[in-house]
Ligand binder design. Structure first.
Ligand SMILES: [Cu+2]
Length: 260
């Protein structure tokens, strides 16, 4: 059943490339399973917000149903019901309850936004992402060692796009850059996307974000999430999460300037 619902929701975008749509599960609030700690934070915020909204909805619908039934029984009397204008306690309640609800949402959203946009600056792995029409160039720097950039071309299958190799259980900083139009860097399993906007200076924090990968080795589809021209839909790439050992080997055999 969850798969059927997810499929129905995604069918329009999935029709052309069924293989790259992550599975949505009820336990994640129909989100893809996160592969970063930050993604888990997003899942918790999303699920918490839904639970709060559904609980509120249940109370409101309960009160509506109760009121309908209550008033149906007395329909014969066409009198005005008792008016509660200027009833201070009730009006305080009307004002304070929504204020508390909005404050709770605001608190958790602000707290998590702060965490999701936090960039420590000392992540061991740094990735420069250059977006262009219509693909990506990834340049990875590990402890000051820069690897050969990976440059892609427009493709119809993400597995043929440029591949970004990253280690599991590691902090990774992204720096997003473009010199043509606005793109958006999106890996659905990160549960996060960030616009890549031309003209933002290098030291601007809006260009950067940081993730901590989970122990979830695998190959994940990534895409451009901002309509950026004729081949936007073919601006596909993949992220491969590997063990630290495998990652070290990858870095060693892909040094910038070394013979390929
Ligand atoms: Cu794009």
């Amino acid at each position: 059943m969850p798969r059927a619902v997810a499929l129905a929701l995604l069918v329009s975008s999935a029709a052309a490339c069924a293989g790259d749509v992550p599975e949505a599960e009820w336990s994640n609030g129909l989100l893809p399973g996160a592969i970063t700690e930050q993604g888990e934070t997003v899942t918790a915020l999303w699920n918490g917000a839904w639970i709060a909204a559904l609980a509120t909805g249940a109370v409101v619908i309960g009160l509506i149903v109760w009121a309908c039934l209550f008033h149906t029984r007395r329909r014969a009397k066409a009198e005005l019901p008792p008016q509660v204008r200027y009833n201070l306690p009730i009006e305080m309640l009307y004002t304070l309850v929504p204020l508390v609800m909005v404050s709770v949402f605001f608190f958790f959203t602000a707290r998590d936004s702060e965490e999701l946009t936090y960039v420590s600056g000392d992540a061991p792995v740094k990735v420069k992402v250059e977006a262009f029409q219509w693909s990506w160039r990834f340049t990875t720097t590990v402890n000051g060692q820069t690897t050969e950039p990976v440059t892609g071309m427009p493709v119809s299958d993400y597995q043929q796009g440029p591949q970004l190799v990253l280690p599991v259980k590691q902090r990774v900083e992204f720096d997003l850059e473009t010199d043509n139009v606005i793109h958006s860097f999106w890996v659905p399993e990160f549960l996060f996307k960030r616009d890549v906007i031309p003209g933002i200076p290098e030291d601007n924090p809006g260009r950067k974000f940081e993730i901590t990968t989970l122990d979830e080795p695998g190959v994940y589809a990534g895409r451009c999430a901002e309509l950026c021209g004729v081949d936007h839909s073919r601006m596909l790439f993949s992220v491969k999460l590997v063990s630290q050992q495998e990652f070290d080997q990858y870095v060693a055999s892909n040094q910038a300037g070394s013979a390929q």
